[in-house]
Ligand binder design. Structure first.
Ligand SMILES: CCCCCCCCCCCCC/C=C/C(=O)SCCNC(=O)CCNC(=O)[C@H](O)C(C)(C)COP(=O)(O)OP(=O)(O)OC[C@H]1O[C@@H](n2cnc3c(N)ncnc32)[C@H](O)[C@@H]1OP(=O)(O)O
Length: 746
């Protein structure tokens, strides 16, 4: 297995590459690399495929053991392969029966070695990868590497000694920050924090090898982090109380950040061995939790949405995006400005068009300051002349792609698309930022409907991560691929969805809002509904959210749809097209209550534009009078009903969307809801939540509510949901099979 050649006369690296594990179908394999030198050095080349799997751990254990047992070996260097040290544990293994050597003793053995062990970090040292490096006696890194303990983002904590070693190495406050946020740090920051001993611009392994040889024989007493004490702090109790408050405030019910604080506290207050016990206990509670499952599902779901497909057969891997160097934005209201900023931040040259002189003038001031703020936050620079402004659409004649962001009015958008079709190059991609209007209809206004897609941004467009890319019936695969790629370049999570009213996100939201209104009619208050949703983990309940985004937005849409008619009386006041309808939102708007911007909405605010929502006695009186007028007897509504009514109806619409092929898979809907609508990530997204709750239960509750409210057709379980239950409620990763059988135009 491990031979030292006898002819090593001069300084040299003779590399013996041995595959000690063959690649299995889905498991990473390890390679052992032995560098031999007159002052022999053992060079453990670890995970070839980035992540620890059982076989990779076994490879490291075996090779370290051999190195330590060989008297001729004086120092050891551990590095990764293909420029990556280690991205941590193989997350897919967490869902299975775990086998192979555990990480904790492996890292302990490395730390306990009586020969210097040096970590040579390139690419990433994340999670268990960084924990391995912390077990080494020295850490040398390339300047471009990134390091971090992101376990908290997977619903876990760094349970291979990370919570105990990091605070001992860099102090409690810095370790708390890294472990509770899971953020990645650059090598420069890691050096400054004291995680690294040295950062190099050169070949990291060469530097580490030289270094390892230079410290051969030196005492390792001061190099074993587990033997350190945490730097003393004057008021440990208040530090941890503050940390806990901060973490609980930001966590919205996620348990891992709280456990991380508890584990770091153990490092600060207990001897190392006891701290490790505490780390293990806390990890055991997290490891099998629903939240860890949800977060790990979501980790892969985010990546799955990039592998988009459409019912017409277009796919991410067969559709070629077009290069986009110069783009235009039409309409510089709030959305248009945000999109302009996001395009410029992505390095594109942008033509920003606004036909109203006043609005253009305002945009010319607002956009540069938004860019400046973004640059300060992100430490980036923006080419000052990357944006040109114009008052006429003619200015977009030579751009590769246009994003229309004018007022949400079909007649206006039609006109813009007709104009664009004349002004632009024949191959320019024409995109609309509509949040619900018919993309096919807009495409029909142009000479090249195959070049029309929706790019639905979320406000503020330069901040929010979500982008719905809406393909129409005639959108070409290249057009979809181009919009998806541009979204990625803008740092967005782009999700491809089909064309229907409200697309995926807003279509589902409509059902959720309707239920919230119905609950008010039946006796709930905005406070009760919001509390239930916020305790579930939404950053804001539905009414606080409506106040923030403006009640007039939905009112305008309902008016355009002929729904917002408050002149109707008697039973017809609360019925539209044979279905239950609540005019509550319309009535509030008629009272001039548009939410935060008018200082009144579902709540009251100290002034127009105020942010702090306060309960409003006027609103409660208004609700009482409304119920009395319509003969509605208020009843006691509990939080469970709020959650079931609001969330299950939204989920049901999600199944309908999957059934119709508007979204290709549950991951798409979950990514839309987490990135665009504040669905708590630790609950995985609405479709994952349905899987967790149990599809049968979702059906049973929907049926019950539908019986109680037969004039709300959307409470009837969707056909797909029923079919999944009939198929034995397969786990979420198998739903696509059931969906595919149904929508098999593919
Ligand atoms: C009673 C019970 C008691 C139980 C107690 C159990 C004790 C168990 C103890 C275990 C202790 C373990 C401690 C360690 C934990 C960890 O290490 S958790 C993992 C931490 N690491 C991460 O979170 C890193 C995640 N990955 C990334 O950040 C990025 O992927 C990257 C490494 C920086 C690379 O980025 P990029 O180049 O942009 O590529 P991607 O597109 O993101 O990824 C490429 C593909 O690789 C897949 N992938 C990424 N990371 C992992 C991973 N850690 N495991 C498995 N697979 C991973 C990713 O999904 C991509 O694949 P596709 O999805 O097929 O595209």
């Amino acid at each position: 297995m491990y031979n030292l050649p006898t002819n090593t006369k001069k300084w040299q690296f003779d590399i013996f590459l041995k595959k000690i594990f063959k690649k299995k179908t889905d498991a990473p394999f390890a390679q052992l690399l032995i560098n031999v030198h007159p002052l022999p050095l053992f060079h453990v080349k670890s995970p070839i495929f980035l992540f620890y799997s059982a076989s990779v751990r076994q490879g490291i254990v075996d090779s370290v053991k051999r190195a330590l047992g060989d008297q001729k070996v004086k120092s050891v260097v551990i590095c990764g392969q293909n420029g990556v040290f280690c991205g941590g544990a193989d997350i897919r293994e967490f869902g299975r029966q775990m086998s192979g050597p555990p990480l904790v003793p492996m890292i302990h053995d490395i730390e306990a070695a009586n020969k210097p062990v040096v970590a040579a970090i390139e690419g990433s040292a994340l999670g268990g990868g960084l924990e391995l490096a912390l077990g080494c006696h020295y850490r040398i890194s390339h300047s471009k590497a990134k390091l971090g303990l992101p376990e908290v983002t997977l619903g876990l904590l760094p349970a291979a000694g990370g919570t105990q070693r990091l605070p001992r190495l860099i102090g409690v406050p810095a370790a708390l920050n890294l472990i509770t946020t899971g953020r990645h740090v650059t090598a420069a920051e890691a050096l400054q924090l004291g995680i690294l001993d040295h950062v190099t611009e050169h070949n990291t392994v060469d530097v580490a090898v030289k270094f390892a040889l230079s410290v051969t024989g030196e005492s390792l007493d001061g190099r074993r982090i587990s033997s350190f004490s945490c730097a003393p702090l004057s008021d440990l109790d208040s530090l941890f109380e503050e940390a806990m408050l901060k973490v609980r405030g930001a966590a919205r019910g996620a348990i891992a950040p709280v456990a991380c604080v508890q584990a770091v506290r153990a490092a600060a207050t207990l001897p190392y061995a006891q701290g490790m016990e505490r780390e293990k206990e806390l990890m055991a509670t997290l490891f099998h939790s629903g939240q860890a499952r949800a977060l790990q599902y979501f980790f892969f779901a985010q990546r799955a949405v990039g592998r988009w497909s459409t019912p017409s057969g277009a796919r991410w891997d067969t559709s070629q995006p077009r290069p986009v160097r110069k783009a235009a934005v039409i309409g510089l209201g709030t959305m248009g400005r945000g999109i302009t900023v996001a395009l410029a931040q992505a390095g594109l040259s942008v033509v920003a068009v606004e036909t109203h002189a006043k609005q253009l003038m305002e945009a010319k001031k607002a956009v540069p300051s938004m860019l400046k703020r973004g640059a300060v936050r992100g430490g980036t620079t923006i080419e000052p002349d990357s944006i040109t402004y114009s008052e006429t659409v003619q200015a977009v004649a030579d751009v590769d792609l246009v994003i229309e962001a004018v007022f949400e009015d079909m007649a206006l958008k039609e006109k813009v698309f007709q104009q664009l079709s004349i002004v632009c190059k024949p191959d320019t991609l024409l995109c609309t930022n509509t949040s619900s209007l018919d993309v096919d209809h807009l495409a029909s206004q142009t000479r090249h409907p195959e070049l029309v897609v929706g790019m639905h941004f979320f406000a503020p467009a330069h901040v929010m991560k979500l982008l719905e890319v809406v393909y129409g019936r005639r959108s070409s695969p290249a057009a979809v691929a181009t919009a998806m790629q541009l979204g990625k370049k803008m740092g967005k999570v782009s999700v491809a969805v089909g064309n229907c009213r409200g697309f995926a996100g807003n279509r589902m939201l409509k059902r959720y809002l309707e239920q919230a209104f119905f609950l008010l009619e039946e006796g709930a208050t905005p406070e009760l509904v919001d509390r239930a949703l916020e305790e579930f983990g939404f950053p804001m309940g539905v009414f606080r959210m409506s106040d923030l985004s403006g009640l007039d937005v939905g009112w305008r849409v309902r008016k355009a749809d002929g729904l917002a008619d408050t002149s109707l009386t008697g039973t017809s006041a609360r019925v539209r097209q044979g279905c239950r309808y609540s005019p509550l939102g319309d009535l509030l708007c008629e009272h001039g209550r548009f939410g935060q911007k008018t200082g009144r909405g579902w709540y009251q605010y100290d002034k127009p534009g105020g942010r702090v929502a306060k309960s409003d006695p006027w609103l409660h009186n208004f609700l009482d009078e409304y119920r009395a007028r319509h003969g509605l007897v208020p009843r006691c509504i509990d939080q469970q009903e709020v959650l079931e009514r609001c969330l299950f109806v939204l989920i049901n619409e999600g199944f309908q969307i999957l059934e119709e092929g508007i979204a290709a898979g549950p991951e798409d809907i979950d990514a839309i809801y987490v990135f665009g609508y504040g669905w708590p990530r630790h609950r995985g997204g609405p479709m994952f939540y349905a899987d967790m709750v149990g599809l049968e239960r979702v059906v049973e509750r929907l049926e019950r509510y539908h019986q109680a409210h037969p004039n709300v057709p959307y409470l009837q379980p969707s056909g797909l949901l029923r079919r999944l239950v009939a198929n034995g409620s397969p786990p979420i990763h198998k739903w696509r099979n059931v969906i595919k059988n149904r929508n098999s135009q593919l």
